[in-house]
Design a protein around this ligand. Structure first.
Ligand code: PRX
Length: 637
């Protein structure tokens, strides 16, 4: 069927009542604020900074930078001279200055329906202080790197904020990654301690996380790097594990999150046998029982490192993307507030895993900086059935919901009936992130999930950008299905052609940014040269996203995907014989990571017929690889 109009002519608006009390109520207001943010970024970000606590004020320029490799080293600095602590700002400031101590920070919803826990800001602060003291007692000091390999539990947030409190740098490794990936990341950032858990359930499947962590530590030792300490959270069942440990570490019950007033409700399930090495392994609960709940934060310089997060590694060796304290804090706080139009009585739910940047910025730092109440979900959209998401939306009266196109497409396959089983009348804004959303999935999300009421914020950003860079604002921006619309405040996009010339008006080419915003990454950990060559070398003077982009006649931006995923269909005369494909293979599906990224290194190996694929633990569906190898045998000669 040929559509009667191009997708760029479809314009949607959210319900009119969205505008009432909105932070940015109209498109004209967006344009006015955008111009101010570009003409006077110091004023714009200075106003954002006023909401936060600074131990000392900044001295130099608010935002200083060099984006041009031909003029010297690339650098970005925000609020130099100032000192602060991000953990203090997202917890103590909320509890003490904003009187939000009794407000719920997280509704934790376990994999199993009925497993739940409610944590207030005061309780979270208390646990974070204690775990920060635990880290200090284990010898962790400012600047040390701490690897965190945990399921989606509140203690994961506790561990990351405890690092931030003492100025240690967290390096979170997604709990779906293999021992090899974990080892590579630990070695690359030379971590001094690992925080992990016994195990967790993904749907019906038991993941024995500690076993994988042990294998990773053995691999580290084989590579000549030994990590002294491993703190293990007993997530699945305290009692059952203590009897299974060869050297039971727990001397007495400790007052941890499981013993708060609301309690954690659990169903009985088999628990893993956890190997225990008393030389290295320490029990989270035992350590927490031995420390005070008061912990003076470490006052950090603005540009001190906050965390390292490795990019998903669809090409080559993963890069340790480094973010620093002040700029990241301002940017995640401002984007969260404006892009989700945050209101104090919202219940917000981001379904991402904290192991990805989306979870760092929009489960932990952005929402907590705003004193928001969030749902933290451990499970899967399809377990125990495909209504789970909507059941949770009704259970907690979720008003702002943020997920990925992959999840939407997956649920779309089951039709509208599982969605309509639940009311979803609390929903006000829907968000999407991770890859371009096809207009069909957008329409389904808008009409079926949001009942045609809720604006969709299609947020384009990257691990590297720290927060949203191209996105609609829910009350202000007229939406076009599949378009990330316009830049966020302080962000200046451009579209370049192959020769590096800026294209005006309707055009298509490389998406780049002309100046920094506070949350942009500062370096690749331990390899500044790789940072410069990856993002700044191709077009000096610009940050190169690596994504292709189209601008339509109304100025809307449409992300077309990673440039290196595209085949240039002019193929031999224009580009040359080198660009001629050796063969064209039928591919019913592509090897994608769980976050929807095409694993190009796997494609390269399939193309060369090489069976040793290396680490493919991030693959969403490994049967795709077999299928592609099979098709190769059929077609390639
Ligand atoms: O290709 C773009 C795609 O995801 C890439 C960044 O991936 P990652 O660093 O894993 O971060 C994902 C979460 C922020 C981008 O280079 N991408 C992300 N969001 C969108 C998108 N593509 C189109 N539209 C989006 N909304």
């Amino acid at each position: 069927m040929i559509p009667d109009k191009a997708p760029e002519d479809d314009v949607f608006h959210g319900a009119e009542e969205m505008r009432r009390g909105a932070h940015v109520p109209t498109f004209d207001k967006y344009k006015e604020m955008y111009t101010q943010s570009i003409e006077d970024p110091d004023k714009f970000w200075g106003d954002v900074a006023k909401d936060f606590f600074w131990k000392s004020k900044h001295t130099g320029r608010f935002l200083d930078y060099n984006f041009d490799v031909t003029k010297g080293e690339i650098f970005i600095k925000c609020m130099e001279g100032a000192s602060t602590n991000i953990c203090y700002n997202v917890l103590d400031r909320n509890v003490h200055d904003r009187k939000l101590g009794d407000k719920v920070a997280f509704y934790w919803e376990g994999n199993e329906p009925g497993d739940e826990l409610t944590v207030t800001y005061r309780e979270l602060l208390n646990c974070v202080c204690r775990f920060a003291n635990v880290l200090r007692s284990q010898g962790v000091t400012k600047g040390d790197r701490v690897a965190i390999y945990m399921p989606m539990v509140v203690e994961l947030v506790v561990a990351m904020l405890a690092c931030a409190r003492i100025g240690a740098v967290h390096s979170i490794v997604f709990a779906g990654f293999s021992a090899e990936s974990l080892c590579d990341r630990i070695v690359d950032s030379q971590c001094s301690l690992l925080v992990t858990a016994d195990g967790f359930y993904r749907g019906d499947k038991l993941i024995n996380l500690k076993l994988i962590a042990d294998e990773a530590l053995q691999k580290c030792t084989d590579k000549g790097f030994s990590l002294g300490r491993c703190i293990v959270l007993k997530h699945l069942s305290k009692e059952a594990q203590e009897t299974s440990l060869s050297s039971p570490p727990a001397k007495r019950p400790c007052p941890d999150l499981q013993e708060t007033e609301t309690g954690r409700v659990r169903k009985t399930r088999p628990v893993p046998q956890v190997p225990w090495n008393p030389e290295v392994d320490k029990c989270w609960h035992t350590l927490m029982g031995d420390v005070s709940d008061e912990c003076e934060p470490e006052w950090c310089a603005s540009e001190d490192p906050l965390f390292i997060l490795y990019t998903s590694g669809s090409t080559g060796k993963p890069k340790g993307v480094l973010h620093t304290v002040s700029g990241y804090m301002l940017y995640t706080a401002a984007t969260f507030k404006l892009v989700f139009d945050h209101r104090p009585d919202d219940v917000y739910w981001c379904t991402a895993d904290i192991g990805w940047i989306t979870g760092h910025s929009y489960i932990t730092y952005g929402p907590l900086a705003n004193g928001a109440t969030s749902v933290l979900f451990e499970g899967l959209p399809t377990y125990p059935d495909v209504s789970r998401m909507w059941e949770i939306v009704d259970k907690y009266h979720v008003s702002k919901f943020y997920t990925a196109p992959t999840a939407i497409r997956l649920l779309m396959k089951y039709g509208s009936e599982p969605v309509h089983k639940y009311k979803r009348d609390s929903l006000k804004v829907l968000g999407t992130v991770g890859e371009p959303i096809n207009p069909e999935a957008w329409q389904w999300y808008f009409t079926v999930v949001g009942d045609g009421r809720c604006p969709i914020v299609d947020t384009f950003w990257q691990t590297e950008t720290g927060g949203h860079v191209m996105t609609p604002l829910p009350a202000a921006t007229p939406m076009k299905p599949g378009s990330a619309t316009f830049p966020f405040f302080g962000v200046v996009p451009a579209i370049l052609n192959e020769s590096g010339e800026e294209l005006e008006g309707t055009s298509e080419g490389y998406l780049v940014f002309k100046q920094p915003w506070p949350g942009v990454m500062r370096t690749v950990y331990g390899n500044h040269g790789r940072f410069e060559s990856t993002y700044f070398k191709k077009f000096p003077g610009y940050y190169v996203t690596g994504d292709g982009c189209r601008r339509d006649k109304d100025g809307y931006y449409w992300i077309t995907g990673r440039i290196d995923d595209m085949l240039n269909v002019s193929v031999r005369e224009k580009i040359g014989a080198i660009a001629t494909p050796d063969f064209i293979q039928d591919a019913p599906a592509l090897p994608k990571t769980r976050s929807g990224k095409i694993m190009r290194r796997v494609l390269r190996k399939i193309a060369s017929g090489e069976r040793d694929l290396g680490d493919i633990s991030t693959l969403a569906d490994s049967s795709v690889v077999e299928q592609l190898f099979h098709n190769r045998c059929c077609t390639a000669v």
